[in-house]
Design a protein around this ligand. Structure first.
Ligand SMILES: [Zn+2]
Length: 483
């Protein structure tokens, strides 16, 4: 029996030498530029648009200097170096890239449009402001989400929706508490799974999202029903299961949460206890049940971390994208509201949301001392996932946990790098990896012929410093400059 090893904590302090003052400069310039050079139009795009003199940053191939990128009818058709002649029609438009840096449009793999009703209508615009051109809504009322996606005016990001969190007999997000709106619905029996998934697809769902109190038989039945309908699956690790048994059936798993429970040397004992408590829970709130299990098991499990066992847990996840939401997992410790660029970003939100968040921040500031264990564990796990070849995707859970739509994705990229990814790997996590979840990686996520022209023009090279993704000069969706 190998003694369990503790994990190596990642230092959590902000690095004062990395002042974000330049970010403000970038933001200001962006504001000037967005109001000036580009007319924010929804006119029909030109048949051909040639972006010249631009450095292409491809998440797969890295930096390609001084390229010309031809866009026709919303699709990239040519990426050529300067010496090549690109055949253009007489009405083709030319755009001087001024040696700036072009990246594929970014994804946020984990958002909730209907979590805060005051933000719902504004989120799409905020995503575009920050270069987020595709999002995956991972939980909310399907009718409301389908209607929102249909009626949002152009330009808007590509929006993929799951409908509600599919939970067990007890539902964590059942709407009884205003702080937890009714994002979830119960699927108490395996026999309910097929009809539930069918109804969601009919209502417009692109994928399904499974939650933490689901029973293992129902989890399997939901997965079968989704596979039959060619719908990808996003899931939390159900508390009745472990990450290695649930993960292989899902295309993505969220928050890294409950992986720690399976990586402990006494994982079986912890699982037995969870199963008994869930099966013995006959009255009360789903939220209370889940919160009790998390608070009783999470920190002891991290203390009992066993690397060999954890490798056995992670290896079956080779095809299951982990969406760490590091921003959320670290927020009690790496407080987002202490960042220098926070005041400007938060001021774009409706006043009612700003007021509510101010109260939330006051509450957070009062929690002393903050236990940094789960934050450190989450950052530590990035290195372990990479070591075992588990794919990682960028998502934020915005607007949950003070997540400013769009802005929070850039924080997430920074934290992925802090966890050990290179800047290029972090970009890959926000472009190519999300596309693979929907099996559309041949259509979106790179700058190469045949790809959709969702693009972000940056002032500086994000491969040199991932924070350069914030210095946005222009955003293109479907071949049209929208910012
Ligand atoms: Zn979420």
């Amino acid at each position: 029996m190998q003694a369990h090893r503790t994990f190596d904590p990642v230092p959590l302090q902000h690095d004062p030498s990395r002042s974000p003052r330049w970010q403000m400069a970038g933001l200001l310039l962006w504001v000037l530029v967005s109001g000036g050079i580009f007319s924010c139009s929804s006119d029909a795009p030109p048949t051909q648009l040639l972006i010249e003199n631009v450095n292409v940053v491809d998440p797969v191939n890295g930096l390609l200097e001084k390229r010309q990128v031809l866009i026709e009818d919303g699709v990239i058709t040519v990426v050529a170096d300067e010496s090549q002649t690109v055949a253009l029609s007489s009405d083709a438009e030319r755009f001087d890239g001024q040696e700036r840096f072009l990246i594929p449009g970014l994804w946020d793999m984990h958002v909730h449009f209907v979590y805060d009703a005051n933000l719902t209508d504004q989120m799409a615009d905020l995503f575009l402001d920050y270069g987020v051109t595709s999002v995956r809504d991972t939980g909310g009322d399907i009718e409301q989400l389908a209607e929102l996606r249909r009626t949002l005016p152009l330009p808007k990001p590509n929006i993929y929706i799951s409908g509600p969190l599919l939970d067990g007999k007890f539902v964590v997000y059942d709407g009884t508490d205003p702080s937890r709106p009714a994002l979830g619905t119960g699927v108490p029996e395996p026999g309910d799974a097929n009809a539930t998934v069918g109804a969601l697809q009919d209502a417009g769902a692109d994928f399904i999202k499974i939650y933490e109190l689901i029973q293992p038989e129902t989890y399997a039945a939901l997965a079968d029903a989704a596979v039959e309908r060619d719908m990808p699956i996003a899931s939390h690790v159900p508390l009745m299961m472990t990450a290695d048994t649930a993960g292989p059936k899902a295309g993505s798993m969220e928050h890294l949460r409950n992986i720690e429970l399976a990586c402990a040397s006494n994982w079986q004992e912890l699982l037995d206890e969870r199963q008994q408590r869930i099966d013995g829970f006959t009255e009360g709130l789903g939220h209370t049940l889940r919160a009790g299990l998390h608070s009783d098991q999470r920190l002891p499990a991290i203390a009992a971390y066993d690397e060999k066992r954890c490798n056995q847990v992670l290896d079956p996840l080779i095809d299951t994208i982990q969406v760490p939401t590091l921003r959320l997992n670290t927020m009690t410790h790496l407080k987002p509201f202490e960042r220098d660029d926070w005041p400007a970003a938060v001021s774009a939100l409706p006043q009612v949301t700003q007021d509510a968040w101010r109260a939330r921040i006051a509450g957070l500031t009062q929690i002393q001392p903050v236990d940094p264990t789960f934050a450190r564990w989450s950052l530590f796990l990035i290195e372990r996932l990479q070591a075992r070849g588990v794919p990682i995707g960028a998502g934020t859970d915005t607007p949950i946990g003070l997540g400013i739509p769009g802005y929070s994705l850039h924080t997430e990229l920074e934290l992925l790098v802090k966890g050990g990814m290179t800047a290029q790997q972090a970009l890959f996590a926000a472009t190519v990896t999300p596309a693979t979840f929907f099996r559309i990686e041949n259509e979106i996520g790179q700058i190469s012929p045949g790809m959709r022209a969702d693009l972000v023009l940056l002032h500086n090279n994000p491969l040199a410093d991932i924070r350069h993704t914030r210095g946005i000069e222009a955003v293109m969706v479907n071949g049209e400059w929208v910012r």
